[in-house]
Design a protein around this ligand. Sequence first.
Ligand SMILES: [Zn+2]
Length: 496
Amino acid sequence: MRKPLKTKMKIVGRTLISIVLLGILLSVISCAVNPVTGQQELMLLSEPDEIRLGRKTDVQIAQTYGIYDDPDLMAYIEGLGQRIARGSHRPHLSFEFKILDSPVVNAFAVPGGYIYVSRGILSYLNSEAELAGVIGHEIGHVAARHSAQQYSRAQLAQLGLGLGIVLSEDFRQYAGLAQFGVGMMFLRFSRDNERQADDLGVEYATKAGFDASQMAAFFSTLERLHPSSDQSGLPGWFSTHPNPPDRIRAVQRKSREWTRRLGARELQVNRNAYLRRIEGLVFGEDPRQGYVADQVFYHPGLRFQFPVPSDWKLNNTPAQVQMVSRRKDAAILFSVGKASSPGAAAREFVARADASVIRFDAIRVNDLPAQQVISDISSQQGTTRVMSWFISKDERVFVFHGFTSQAMFERYGSAFRATMGGFATLTDPKRINVRPDRIRIRATGSAGILKEVLRSLGVPDNKLKEMALLNGRDVGDWIAAHSLLKVVEKGREGQS
Ligand SMILES: [Zn+2]
């Protein structure tokens, strides 16, 4: 008698468990329907998580690469981006569009709907339709949740400076090295992801009224440009977007398809309108944010200078300047601290990095009050010796950390001291009043071969090819009368 009852209970129990499991499973699956394909996929990141992560990453990206300061251009990109995003598969997301102050030719998206275009990519685009294609492509990555998938993968790895030096987590965090994790955002998507983003970009740009086939023109520019990376460490669109020859044809085919499907007429290219928008855009590195000349790093904005060890690689980002020895066995990080005095900054460093202090001296650097700390910082993998100088100037504390292994400290100590001890106030007006190169939009007169037209606009012979590329043309192309063309106005150092 009991047995059947027991069995019955067992069956009821089993069914209950199955129903509960099925419920959990269903709720998981319903969260993981891809917005673009409508297919189920394994996605560990919920949409609110994705938005939260995006917001966090956005702050890091702004700190690492800097936002380009031009409210009009910013509003233009934002307006165009929103218009394209409305036609996407995730129109309910609050997309944000930003211009990064980097000369690298790149655009990318992070989870949650944050889209970035560099001023570098803006200088090489030649119409609103090309820009719409690029923005549409990045919205495509977000819509299809490629970047959310990417983020899950990125979290599995940690990117450092690539140094063979052991750094404790405390020091990493203290020195701002944790932010290098954002570098993981630039890992390549799969070729299928890229193809899908191209297709979506064409779809969204066409829906917004643009001639998406223009995107192919930009692919040709990219192919001729082959940008890889600049000193800010931001990789170019070419390196994150492999460019197989069929990509151009695929975009043209998709564009015809969507034009037909939407019955779209009079699709916009808006070449001249776009060019007028980028009049005055900073081109290439902006020396006002720091530059190296004759082995010296100059910062006109903050008015300081220091020598760079010869043969070392220097990487200037908005958050810090990194210098790495040729053998990558020593590095100097330079940044601006927030503390009230060199002594306070030094004590805060010792506490936060959990450093074992070897020396702690008040010193002067070219008449500026400073604090030197030499310390060992240990992690599970070993010990790093760090020479830190905290220098007070203009109510700011400038911070150097030179680090290497204990064994190599004797060898690199003099290089650390030479750089840190060479820190001084920048007074040379020639170095202070530098101006960046800028893009200028010029109207041509009579028709002619591009090479000749550029010459007539004052472009020197050794710059003809570069200027043709900037305009998305060949030096031998025929240019109609009264066209608009980009030229680069050279920046200058001020008079000394
Ligand atoms: Zn892409």
